[in-house]
Write a protein of this length. Structure first.
Lengths: 171, 181
């Protein structure tokens, strides 16, 4: 290893004050312009580092970083929740579509959208005016205490009333 | 007789404490390494006005990816790697435009203003030339010259060998020496 190489390897330690030149190294340095230029370069680089703008308060910077990290964690949890809900919805959909007791579409033709359930409703237009008035009056009577518990059952009705109700139900 | 001061906790101990939720450990890591990261960024050509933000971004990325630091390289060298990636990304965004600002230097008063001016000009040229070096050459040179890091440590931090780090360093020195003629 040449004197220049050895000196070059030692320069950072000396420049940072961790070591000192030996007598031989100092003699080499005094005689070698290239090594002096290298030493000047390192000293200029260290000086450049010392002129770096000073940072603000470390605790404030650490707190800012922590706030940013907390924001990321919160968003990550939100995404995980949405993903969990989506997975649950997918599972429910899969169970629903594969459920064995689910009514299957008729093979006779293309499936149609399900029609709303048909609930037998009284055909009011077929009623006599008197029957209609009677029915409307019954519907308009307020239930006692807002409950149907005290309303008369079918067994309490008179025959004519019962016939009217049955006729209404049957259309 | 006053008791001897307690030894400072290692970076690994601070990282472990931070992962347990100790925010003071994070502050200590910022205080311990922030200035060195700032030196590295500034010497690499970052604008003085951007240094604070860049240091914060470097430390943010480090804390976010702490599980990737396995302690093979020192925490500081790992931070330099992240800072190096940041400067490279910033350089790409600028598409190679010059970033060295000559007017943002705050010159202190000294007895010899001419010598000070000459030193300031040398530093500006040095920053500009450092910014033009290939990335590995620049990072090896700054770690070695500015921080006094060993070739072995540099090699672990930058994912290369000590021999290759030495070659990068000498290439950088050869090119930069022209500035200090």
């Amino acid at each position: 290893m040449s004197g220049c190489t050895r000196l070059s390897d030692r320069m950072p330690e000396v420049v940072h004050g961790r070591s000192r030149w030996t007598a031989d190294e100092a003699a080499h340095l005094a005689a070698c312009a290239e090594c002096r230029r290298e030493l000047a370069l390192l000293q200029a680089t260290v000086t450049l580092g010392r002129r770096t703008p000073r940072l603000g308060d470390a605790e404030r910077m650490a707190a800012t970083i922590e706030r940013r990290l907390t924001g990321i964690r919160t968003r990550r949890i939100g995404v995980q929740r949405v993903a969990g809900l989506a997975a649950a919805a997918t599972l429910l959909l899969a169970v629903w579509t594969k459920w064995p007791e689910r009514p299957v579409a008729s093979p006779a033709g293309p499936s149609r959208p399900a029609a709303p359930a048909l609930v037998p409703l009284p055909e009011l237009e077929l009623l006599d005016p008197a029957e209609l008035d009677s029915l409307l009056q019954r519907m308009e009577q307020p239930s006692v205490g807002g409950s149907t518990l005290d309303a008369p059952g079918l067994g309490d009705l008179e025959d004519t009333e019962l016939e009217q109700v049955l006729a209404t139900w049957e259309g | 007789m006053t008791p001897a001061p307690l030894p400072e906790p290692s970076d690994q101990a601070l990282v472990a404490a931070y992962r347990q939720g100790d925010q003071r450990a994070a502050s200590e890591l910022v205080r311990r390494h922030g200035p060195a990261v700032a030196r590295f960024l500034y010497s690499s050509g970052a604008l003085a006005a951007d240094i604070e933000d860049l240091v914060q971004e470097t430390l943010f990325r480090a804390f976010r990816g702490l599980e990737r630091w396995r302690g093979e390289a020192s925490f500081r060298s790992w931070l330099f790697t992240i800072a190096g990636n940041l400067t490279r990304d910033a350089f790409r965004r600028r598409k190679g435009r010059e970033v060295i600002s000559l007017e943002d230097r705050d010159l202190p008063d000294r007895a010899d203003p001419d010598a000070e001016l000459a030193a300031g000009e040398l530093e500006d040229r040095l920053r500009a030339e450092l910014g033009r070096l290939p990335r590995l050459q620049r990072e090896v040179f700054l770690l070695r010259a500015q921080e006094g890091t060993s070739y072995e440590e540099i090699a672990r931090a930058l994912g290369t060998t000590p021999g290759a780090a030495r070659v990068h360093y000498h290439h950088a020195v050869k090119r930069l020496k022209e500035l200090v003629g």
